[in-house]
Design a protein around this ligand. Sequence first.
Ligand code: UD1
Ligand code: UDP
Length: 369
Amino acid sequence: MKIALILGTRPEIIKMSPLIRELDKRNLDYFILHTGQHYDYEMDREFFEELDLPEPKYNLSVGRNEYRKQIGLMVQEISKILIKEKPDIAFVQGDTNSVLAGALAANKTGIKIAHHEAGLRSHDLSMLEETNRIITDHISDYLFAPTKNAVKNLKEEGLGKEKIFLTGNTIVDAIYQNIQLASKKNDILKKLYLKKGNYILVTAHRAENVDIRERLEGVLEGIALVGQYLKMPAIYPLHPRTSNNIKKFKLKIKPEIKIIEPLGYLEFLQLEANSKLIITDSGGLQEEASILKVPCVTVRDNTERPETIEAGINILAGAKPKKILKSAKLILKKQKNWPNLFGDGHAAEKILDKTEALFKKRKDKIRLI
Ligand code: UD1
Ligand code: UDP
């Protein structure tokens, strides 16, 4: 069995890392195809280095192109590589443009597609990620769903239950594998003059927030209000999309918000685990907040991770300053239940157990014919 791992952005590198380690452990044949959607050192290479991941065999470097050109180029170039390499299965993870392009290319070259993090739905078709999820799930052969809710979404859309597998999310594996290493990097708190439990951690980069001036202003104002209320700084490692838009809209940053460069995973985990509160619009952070037991305010109108809201760990706050402050007060007071929402840290093993078993079954069938 030969596997193509297709990835392109920061969260895909992090969430694929446990799978890569497990593939190495099992001595399976695979190669990494990087679309180059993310390309700055601190959005890309830094993660390969600190997580000790092998070099991608291919890098398409298509990140600097606008959406339509990017998707077109990705599909064209991924297809060429898949035709040349002839893998049995292409793995994609999540909901980015790289995932959609990888799945489309595999579908059109007759290669089986395995989708990790299948079945997430925000039910908001104005998000590019939602269309990426739906299309990818519907053309995939193996759907690795992280939660029962994700399994339910897939079944409700009529996808065959024989291809749906509940595995948990590899983000839990990634945290468990790296949290010890991260605790040795505790100088990040010292470096930023922070004390455990005495700061807010922020990330916000979603197009539907930061590409719209009023929403970005509202989010920044809301973060500052929470900082004033808690008398704590809000540490904000800035995603390039947000950084570009703050410059473009000429926005002023209030003194409660401390802007820093994006961090590597180990330092970032350390900041997350020791924060009082997380304010975010990131999908991965909603999961990590629940795993690390830190209350979370999500500055969005909806989420594809509703389990976190039901458990009282996360709250939807939209992008209006007063609602963000009100939501922060509420979530900090709320009685929280910290169940294991995203699995037990063995998702990568479960995914590869299933993949190997399915592949063997297919081969046996071919032999019989
Ligand atoms: C993408 C995903 C989003 C995911 C996020 C993770 C899509 C539709 N969106 O959003 O779901 O949450 O990645 O972070 O796929 N840029 C740089 N340097 C980089 C990366 C990006 O300057 O290393 C710039 C790009 O040139 C572009 C902007 O940031 O102008 C946005 O990048 P893009 O990859 O299109 O989308 P993200 O917002 O990163
Ligand atoms: N992350 C990181 N450094 C940062 C910000 C985030 O390592 O400065 C990690 C974070 O721990 C999580 C992932 O990046 O695992 C989330 O990526 P992002 O928010 O870009 O994407 P999303 O999850 O929204 O798709």
